[in-house]
Design a protein around this ligand. Structure first.
Ligand code: NCD
Ligand code: ZN
Ligand code: ZN
Length: 428
């Protein structure tokens, strides 16, 4: 064994004093006592699987003034995320083989942690789905317009599910119905207007269309950033291959709070009422929601600090998600078990990556936290290019150590590896 790591590790649903044995980047043994070529002891600390964020926008290529694979993945690493999945609404959009391969190449050179890359599905590349599916980590569909998004007409959903059947790749969907959004479109001066322009009805309509057109689909279908009470109701008895995710901003913020600056909180789907927020929080506790995803969507301060109507939608969050929820777990707002299901185990299953669990055969991706090491979210300490967070000042527990494939990436909050360490996880 190359390395053995000793501590209180989350194994089989509880924290146990034990050792993880690691060979060639994989967990190969879990026992009370193990000694490898190298041995590290974290006696009073907790060892948890690292997070998997299946929804980030790292803006590379085309908008690298907002973020790039290097800064985005650095932020991911410091937030305890060992693997991220990047969305296709870049410039150019990732909708064909060339843009996909370029993106994988570029991220392989720049990334600090492992990653997957989605391909977008628009009305124009449906016939290429099977081919692209051989190389991409999954597909992304936008049913309603949002920041620089490619769109799919919902009439084409059936054809898309049919074409994707052969690929065995997950399909992630931004579920706001475009016709509905068009019906409500008007000028927006504040967050209440933004909410009125994107009511829950549009999420409901989109989810209904997805549910009726995907009945015979064999692919995993994931509804991204669920935001409404009504949307969640529709998904309570969903088919086994359908999952849904929710973001920290929809779980922790609501329109009745005096959210300021307003444009920072402009996001799609919008931040809704406390009734929606509370229903979603119930959903992560009781298991009707499967995944926590950041929807890390950075925009610069200059871009955000303009007239509300013209400001772009999107909130950063890849670095703060796990630390804020580790703090909430400590405060018993959610159990560690649920948190690990939501941000490690379930995402890994959806994107089919051998990570997310401290189990023999999985990649040795884990974080170490010191239960007493409470701190506050401070933008100046975060690694995203955007330089701000709507969670400024919120309590959090940042991991002291992060391991990816058995390599110590972060030690005592310091990065040890170079960019380029991260690997594309779906290499053919
Ligand atoms: C995202 C972005 O900026 O790329 N914006 C957002 O408000 N969530 C796009 C998206 O996920 O809808
Ligand atoms: Zn979206
Ligand atoms: Zn998104």
């Amino acid at each position: 064994m190359d390395l053995t790591v000793e501590g209180k590790a989350y194994i089989d649903g509880s924290f146990q004093d034990c050792c993880l044995g690691i060979t060639d980047g994989k967990i190969t043994a879990i026992k009370k006592i193990l000694k490898g070529d190298k041995h590290i002891t974290f006696s009073h600390k907790l060892i948890l699987p690292a997070g998997i964020d299946i929804h980030v926008h790292f803006r590379d290529p085309g908008m690298t003034h907002k973020e790039d694979f290097s800064t985005g993945s650095l932020a991911a690493a410091f937030g305890g995320v060992s693997c991220y999945y990047d969305m296709p609404n870049t410039i150019p959009q990732t909708t064909d083989m060339l843009s996909l391969l370029d993106k994988i190449n570029s991220s392989e050179k720049k990334s600090f942690v492992d990653f997957g890359i989605y391909s977008g599905i628009s009305n124009r590349n449906i016939q290429n789905i099977a081919k692209i599916g051989e190389k991409c980590s999954g597909f992304k569909i936008y049913l309603g317009s949002t920041t620089n998004s490619l769109m799919l007409n919902s009439k084409n959903l059936r054809d898309v599910f049919k074409a994707a059947n052969s690929t065995n790749k997950p399909i992630l969907i931004h579920a706001e119905d475009d016709q509905c959004l068009i019906n409500y479109k008007s000028d927006e001066r504040n967050l209440t207007d933004h909410l009125k322009c994107r009511p829950s009805e549009c999420e409901e309509t989109a989810i209904k269309k997805i549910l009726t057109s995907s009945k015979t689909s064999k692919n995993k279908i994931h509804i991204c950033h669920l935001s409404s009470f009504e949307g969640l109701e529709l998904l309570k008895d969903k088919q086994k291959n359908i999952s849904c995710g929710v973001t920290p901003h929809h779980l922790l913020l609501n329109i009745e709070k005096n959210l300021s600056p307003k444009t920072w909180h402009k996001v799609n789907p919008p931040i809704r009422t406390d009734i929606d927020r509370a229903a979603l929080f119930d959903g992560i506790q009781n298991g009707s929601i499967d995944v926590l995803e950041s929807d890390h969507a950075p925009h610069t301060l200059d871009e955000k600090n303009i007239e509300f109507n013209d400001a772009p939608s999107g909130i950063p969050g890849v670095e703060t998600l796990f630390p804020m929820f580790l703090y909430l777990a400590k405060k018993e707002k959610i159990s560690f078990g649920r948190l690990i299901s939501l941000f490690c185990e379930n995402p890994a299953e959806i994107v089919n990556v051998p990570k997310g669990k401290l189990e023999i055969g999985k990649d040795a991706d884990f974080i170490v936290i010191d239960y007493k090491d409470e701190s506050k979210v401070k933008s100046e300490h975060l690694h995203s290019k955007c330089g701000w967070s709507p969670f400024e000042g919120w309590p959090a527990i940042f991991p002291t150590h992060v391991f990816v494939r058995g390599e110590k990436l972060i030690e005592e909050h310091e990065m040890l590896e170079n960019q380029g360490f991260g690997r594309f996880v779906d290499k053919w």
